[in-house]
Design a protein around this ligand. Structure first.
Ligand code: URA
Length: 430
């Protein structure tokens, strides 16, 4: 086989047999196929797309490129949860411990911030002392004892995705449905859980621009999961506005702690309960997440998890030295808050990374005072900026103010969950 022929076949819109995908990807991992050849093929995939059979072959080759976690020492049905990424998306921090408190076993491998979207590992690491580097024995022991562990993926798992993702990041080849589906699902399959609940986001703050493409991505991921013998369910959710009231690592951990005490943004609580219900359902657990939330057991489980991973909540979460309100210049009803702009402003503050090697500022971020549907008068606070310095506040204030779109007429919050996808198809609505 010859790489030029294989790349040319995708360029011309033909379907690869599985052997060609295996040849290209395995050759790339071994260093026999050059970056520029792989990049040309990725761009051809972005333009031409892939069939279900091709996406399956790509996913299987990615899984086979590294180790697969064996979770058989954990009794019961193990459920993983994954979001395709958003701004203010702390659903994992709330829904996963709540599901564990309901009796679901949740072995969860998470990622770091990607582009303007936040990362669960960065959020957790804002708790003093906490580690996300758990070796497999410790990870499994913690899930057996507490019901949940959230850790980083070993570099030996799915190395093909690591290489491919880095290349996609710098060749404008990230937003492709088959490439995203195979990237996410290869990691989920290698992580070893029996069932997977996906939160597939669309809108300004997500990688998918609209509900139709998010639904298509959800369908492909469900098909890949089910094809690998994992019960897979996806919710298609809106990410035009930041989720909940806070954006930033420690601020989101605090919001999660509050939500687990039953206090917080209604929409956030609703979506977390919905995700938890799906996790319980795929695990065959009959507990009522709302009751468990009210009992405080979800918060207790979260605190036990943080402590088991070395976290010391009693030392307090990091607090930014400068906290400044950005105020509305006119009156109106908040019609929308541009999640992409807020995410980019968060990076500028240091809550995310400009470059791979950057350290995140755990205390930096925003607390939203006026959310979608709220009415503000001129001079009312829109958002409080938490930053290391006044200089940083000044850098993001105008951008933030511009992210708030005000309207003269009354605004209602749009629905958050737009569809549910499982092996039987798509169900529209909440
Ligand atoms: N998250 C991933 O893990 N991979 C993608 O391609 C996009 C989002």
């Amino acid at each position: 086989m010859n790489p030029l022929e294989v790349i040319g076949r995708k360029r011309d819109g033909h379907e690869h047999p599985p052997e060609e995908i295996e040849f290209l990807l395995s050759g790339y991992v071994r260093g026999e196929i050059a970056d520029y050849q792989m990049a040309a093929w990725l761009m051809a995939v972005c333009i031409r797309g892939m069939t279900a059979a091709e996406t399956l072959a790509l996913t299987q080759t990615m899984v086979a490129s590294g180790e697969v976690l064996d979770l058989s020492a954990i009794p019961g049905i193990k459920v993983d949860k994954h979001s395709t990424g958003g701004v203010g998306d702390k659903v994992t921090l709330i829904a996963a411990p709540l599901a564990a408190a309901c009796g679901v076993k949740v072995p969860k491998l998470s990622g770091r911030a990607l582009a303007h979207t936040g990362g669960t590992l960065d959020k957790l690491e804002s708790v003093p002392g906490l580690t996300v580097d758990l070796d497999p024995d410790r990870f499994i022991k913690q899930v057996r004892e507490i019901g949940i562990a959230v850790a980083s993926q070993s570099p030996r798992m799915v190395p093909a995705d690591k290489l491919l993702y880095a290349l996609r990041d710098v060749t404008a080849t990230v937003p492709s449905i088959p490439l995203i589906a195979s990237s996410v699902m290869s990691k989920k399959i290698a992580a070893g859980a029996d069932a997977i609940v996906l939160d597939v986001k669309f809108g300004r703050g997500a990688f998918m621009p609209d509900v139709a493409s998010a639904e298509q991505l959800a369908r492909e991921m469900v098909e890949l999961g089910e094809g690998a013998g994992r019960r897979t369910v996806a919710l298609v959710t809106a990410m035009d506005n930041p989720l909940g009231r806070s954006v930033g690592n420690a601020l989101e951990v605090q919001e999660a702690l509050d939500a687990l005490a039953g206090v917080g943004d209604d929409e956030l609580l609703e979506v977390c309960l919905r995700v938890t219900r799906e996790m319980c359902q795929v695990a065959g657990v009959s507990a009522d997440p709302e009751k468990v939330l009210r009992s405080g057991a979800g918060r207790q489980t979260f605190e036990r998890m943080l402590a088991a991973q070395g976290g010391h909540l009693e030392r307090g979460l990091p607090v930014a030295p400068v906290q400044v309100e950005v105020k509305a210049e006119s009156e109106g009803h908040v019609e929308g808050i541009d999640a992409l702009e807020v995410g980019l402003a968060a990076i500028e503050l240091g809550a995310g990374r400009m470059r791979k090697e950057d350290k995140v500022d755990p205390a930096a971020g925003f607390v939203i005072a006026a959310h979608v549907g709220d009415r503000v008068a001129a001079g009312d606070p829109l958002v409080t900026v938490h930053a290391r310095s006044q200089n940083l506040v000044d850098r993001v204030s105008a951008r933030l103010r511009g992210a708030w779109k005000l309207s003269d007429s009354l605004v209602r919050r749009p629905p958050h969950v737009l569809a549910r996808v499982d092996k039987d198809g798509v169900t529209k609505g909440d």
